[in-house]
Design a protein around this ligand. Structure first.
Ligand code: ADP
Ligand code: TRP
Length: 331
């Protein structure tokens, strides 16, 4: 029995980095597991960055619709909003009392903000840092530990957070005995890091992403913009570090990749490579896009899934929080 759990924060359009790094591995793992799995929308995490009411609401729906559209089995998989599970926030407070402040000083999102302030010559290095951003990894730890999760599929950038979750659980257990379940670690090579169309890490914050549910025409346009060298069509192409090939490998069959590698060797026009890339991507995405568009056009079915998800999620988290309350000696 393996509990799979992962979350996405609704801070922008879901892109293929999110899909390939977290959503697809999670959904595949859910299919293999006999246990209930938990896929959620980390909406209160998004509040560290998004303070516009309408944007916040729309993005929550987008992430919820994306989870459903990616093909979950509603009998085995619970889709819910983080904010619908109050137990998570109680646990987050308790865990914050076991988290050395130094851990959070080392968290990379916080460190990146400090570095940015330093670079911009700001006197106050904590400029623009709210406590939500600083405590972010503690809340993420609570998200995981409140469900006794075994496996947490995430992209490479989240490995540090998963390590914090393990360290914090250990600190709690060292004090009270085995109470919290430690999630399995992820080793570096196991998690993905998908590159953006400009060659940097694909991220919602860099405007370099391929939105997973971009309309077909837009998808094609973005694929055509993927960075390549400027070699002539007949020149052989180096597969090493080739961005179109990186994406192609994620969506094509082994046989198709073999053929593509042959074409690289012989010399192929980038336009042809990209057309082929668009086709394999669209083949996988278009059935999901249809479901996504339907869900976004009538959000009542998303609401229904989230409502049911909230009550199922709380069943599990209430068990865990009871254990925790007992362990700390709450009457
Ligand atoms: P973003 O960086 O675009 O804001 P999130 O932080 O919301 O994305 O990430 C949601 C999930 O998607 C996490 O598990 C994260 O590791 C994964 N992810 C995000 N970007 C990438 C990427 N470029 N490659 C692989 N996984 C990614
Ligand atoms: N921090 C994750 C991200 O930025 C989102 C997230 C919040 C999450 N809580 C989680 C991922 C719990 C996995 C498990 O992408």
């Amino acid at each position: 029995m393996k509990t799979i759990l992962t979350g996405i924060k609704p801070t922008g359009q879901i892109h293929i980095g999110n899909y390939l790094g977290a959503m697809k591995p999670a959904i595949e793992a859910c299919k293999l597991s006999q246990d209930t799995s938990y896929l959620f929308i980390a909406d209160y995490h998004a509040l560290t960055a998004t303070h516009d009411k309408a944007t916040f609401q729309e993005m929550v729906y987008e992430v919820a619709a994306a989870w459903i559209a990616c093909g979950i089995d509603p009998k085995k998989t619970v889709v819910y909003l983080q904010s619908d599970v109050p137990e998570i926030f109680e646990l987050a407070w308790i865990l914050s009392c076991f988290t050395p402040k130094g851990f959070m000083n080392r968290a990379h999102a916080y460190k990146a903000k400090i570095a940015e302030n330093e670079q911009n010559g700001k006197k106050d290095l904590d400029f623009g840092v709210n406590m939500g951003l600083f405590n972010y990894p503690v809340l993420m730890t609570a998200d995981i530990l409140a469900f006794d999760a075994h496996e947490v599929p995430v992209g490479e950038d989240q490995i540090q957070h998963l390590e914090f979750a393990r360290d914090i659980a250990q600190k709690f257990n060292n004090n009270y005995g085995e109470t919290l379940k430690m999630p399995n670690p992820i080793k570096k090579g196991e998690a993905k890091l998908i590159t953006g169309i400009d060659g940097r890490k694909m991220s919602k914050s860099y405007s370099n992403s391929i939105p997973l549910f971009a309309p077909e025409k837009k998808l094609r346009k973005l694929v055509m913009k993927v960075k390549t060298d400027s070699l002539a069509p007949e020149a052989p192409k180096d597969p090493e570090g080739s961005l179109p090939l990186e994406y192609f490998k994620e969506f094509a069959t082994d046989e198709e990749v073999k053929i593509m590698l042959g074409r690289y060797k012989e010399g192929v026009a980038w336009g042809d490579v990209k057309q082929n890339l668009f086709e394999v991507m669209n083949r996988e995405i278009s059935p999901m896009r249809q479901v996504y568009d339907d869900l976004m056009a009538d959000k009542s079915s998303i609401d229904a899934v989230l409502k049911e998800g909230a009550s199922k999620a709380r069943e599990r988290s209430q068990d865990v929080i009871s254990r925790v309350r007992m362990a700390i000696g709450k009457r």
